[in-house]
Design a protein around this ligand. Sequence first.
Ligand SMILES: *Cc1c(COP(=O)(O)O)cnc(C)c1O
Length: 550
Amino acid sequence: MKFNEKQATANLENLERIFTVPEDPSSTLGLIDNEISQNLVGFLTENIVACQQEIEDIETDFSDPVIPQDPKFVSAQTRFLLDKLVSKSVHTSSPSFVGHMTSALPTFMLPLSRIMIALNQNMVKVETSKAFTPMERQTIGMIHHLIYGREDEFYTRWMHDHHNCIGSFCSGGTIANITALWAARNHFLAPDGDFAGIGQDGLVAALQHYGYKGIAVLASERAHYSLAKSADILGIGRANIVTVETDRKQRVKTAELARRAKELKARGIMPFSVIGIAGTSETGSVDPLNELAEIAGDIGAMFHVDAAWGGPTLFSDKYRDILSGIEHADSVTIDAHKQLYVPMGAGMVVFKEPNLASSIEHHAEYVVRKGSKDIGSFSLEGSRSGMAMLVHSSLNIIGHKGYGILIDQGIEKARRFAELIKAQPDFALVSEPELNILTYRLVPEDLQQTLLDASEHEANQINEILNKLTKHIQKIQRARGKSFVSRTQLKPIEQHRYPVVVFRVVLANPLSTDEVLADILEEQRAIFAESSSQAIIAELDNIEPLTDVG
Ligand SMILES: *Cc1c(COP(=O)(O)O)cnc(C)c1O
């Protein structure tokens, strides 16, 4: 679309205007702003069109690397955005968008975000944040209390203590996990005699000083890939993230983990951190945290729990026991932009003991001076927004009980959906929901028994074809834009650990009803009936004889 527009001019007067004069309510941006404020759901539903356009085609609208010489009117840019960007974005808050961890936001987040952006505080330093610093520390304190429930004196003593920190606010689970492993690494390879610590002297000197061949992290094979990134950045090496097999319920096999720890130590590679996952990204399963805490203690490693997804389960009186043992963790990651329903860009790591983070403390003379109240000294990121204000607000507005209800309904909806899937003759549940995530696939009725009776060799071939089918159905469903489930790959014990592609459903949006979920199955069944799916399933006729050749 070409708009008949006047050319804006670059001059100081106009530039001053954009810093001072608000957009007129009747301007393009003003109108949209008003519509979003009055009717967000309507705006999103109307303006995000189900878009079958390939990403490569969309790239042509964003192909020019040259920054325009002349300025553009706000209205013109806004029209461009609506046409080329907003309309082709993803309706993450739709109740039938149940494939990812990003879902709907409470409507109060919009005006609150405006306040946060208007204030433009920088958390790195009290001089640019003032009240935001105690507010963020309290927010961290509240999450710490949710997990560890320490006595009042603990929080009175430590929450605002500027020499220590009981947690760190950051942009998400990845940075939180990096921060936790960073602290654990520095604690493990601490200053000792004339060795000034790994942070100062580096990894080579650290290994030499302590006489280790390497350091390692033990985690489940379901661990989030942010741990691999952490290992890369922290000089641990991705190969030294030792991933351990999971059981039928997708939880790490603890005996195997303990065995691997011993084996590593025997080779001079020191496991300095054991990681438990409280809600894996793929299946929502929770590792046996009490047992992992014990193993970590036995081998002298720190214990970190990645509760980026599942942490808020602690709000539920009914289900908080699923996370039993989390209170033994030296550090815990929680994402606020997942199940705390805060906009993207909010994560936290909390430390059980206030002194752990001192191993990662950094200071600079002009900013974050030693002894100041600045929190920049304990965080990986530098300049950081006042995002904690949104977490603080939703913790207050929704409250412990409100979050408890949200958690309960998600878990219970997942269980009902699992029952619904199991009741279908042509679907098979692959992982039971421990929290609010489950996986399943479509297995035609006549194939279900065949698969049970099949030899491993035959089952693998059937699974290969079913994998193609699952991918196909998922892609078509996504492209049609009515609903969205994601897909991932698991190695179920029942399928001889053959990699099996599954649909993955994440039930975080409280507006996703049982009906919406039932419709998703119907839509998948309808796609299966189409000729493109039938062509895939016809390949079953070509599979090799039913005898086990393996
Ligand atoms: C989402 C997630 C992460 C990463 O968090 P980001 O906010 O995406 O950086 C880490 N671990 C688990 C278990 C997660 O679910």
